[in-house]
Structures are given as C-alpha cells and as structure tokens.
Design a protein around this ligand. Structure first.
Ligand code: HEC
Length: 112
C-alpha cells in the first residue's frame, strides 16, 4: 500500500498522546471542564462541524467511529485546533477533549 502524507499525519496524531502518558493514567482526570466549555464556544468548533454534518454540528462526534479512546479524542481536538491555526496550551486541548468526552464520547467520564 502506498503511504500517503495524510496517513502519516493520522498515525502521528493517533500515536502522540499514547506515547506521552504512562498506560492507565486517566487523561481527563484533572481537566478544567469550565475552561474547556469556554474554549469550545469561543473557537466556533460547532460552526465548522455544522457545515459538514448539519444541525448543531454535534453529529460529527461519533463515539463508535474512528475516535475510540481518550487519547485519540484528544489527538483529534489537537488536529482541529491546528487546522484553525490556534496555538493552545496542552492543558487547554485536554480541557476541550474532556468536555467532549463528558458530553459525547464517555471514554473516561460515565454518563450521569
Ligand atoms: C475548519 C473546520 C473545523 C473546525 C473549525 C473544527 N473542526 Fe473538528 N472536525 C472537522 C472535520 C471536517 C471533522 C471530521 C473529520 C473526518 O471525519 O474526517 C472534524 C472532526 C472532529 C472530531 C472527531 C469526531 C469523530 O468522532 O470522528 C473532534 C473531536 C473535533 N472535530 C473537535 C473539534 C474541536 C474541539 C474544535 C474547536 C477547537 C474543532 N473540532 C473545530 C472540522 C473542523
């Protein structure tokens, strides 16, 4: 199979968060959820997603899809931020991912 540049990028953002943390460390445990909510609103994440999937854009979050663990979710948030040209601190990326986990994915946070 021919390795396309996009698949290399994909492999990198999927692998990076996995190597950055020791196995079993809950990624979102100390996340600042209030900060995450604020950043998601401020950065118009949903506006772009809505253009792709319609509605309020939340249909883009597919817990049973390609994003199937906390590390991959955080990686995707990082990727979308890079697309936006945002330069966020790692803890800001984690905070946003933690909010999406709580509201949509539930990899670490259980639905309440
Ligand atoms: C410029 C458009 C754009 C913006 C802005 C954007 N995204 Fe995305 N995002 C996408 C697209 C397109 C996809 C779907 C990628 C795919 O499935 O191939 C996506 C997918 C995602 C996914 C994975 C969904 C899944 O389950 O497969 C997450 C998580 C995500 N975005 C988070 C964010 C966050 C957080 C922000 C705000 C900081 C953001 N995105 C801003 C375009 C955008």
């Amino acid at each position: 199979m021919k390795i396309l540049p996009t698949s290399i990028g994909l492999a990198l953002w999927l692998a990076a968060p996995l190597t950055a943390l020791p196995q079993g460390t809950p990624l979102f445990r100390d996340a600042d959820l209030a900060l995450g909510e604020k950043l998601i609103l401020e950065n118009k994440c949903s506006a772009c997603h809505a253009r792709k999937v319609g509605g309020d854009g939340s249909a883009i979050y597919r817990p049973k899809g390609r994003i199937n663990n906390a590390g991959a979710l955080r990686g995707m948030v990082e990727y979308c931020n890079t697309e936006l040209g945002l330069s966020l601190f790692p803890e800001e990326v984690t905070a946003m991912a933690a909010v999406l986990d709580r509201d949509h994915y539930h990899f670490e946070s259980r639905p309440r």
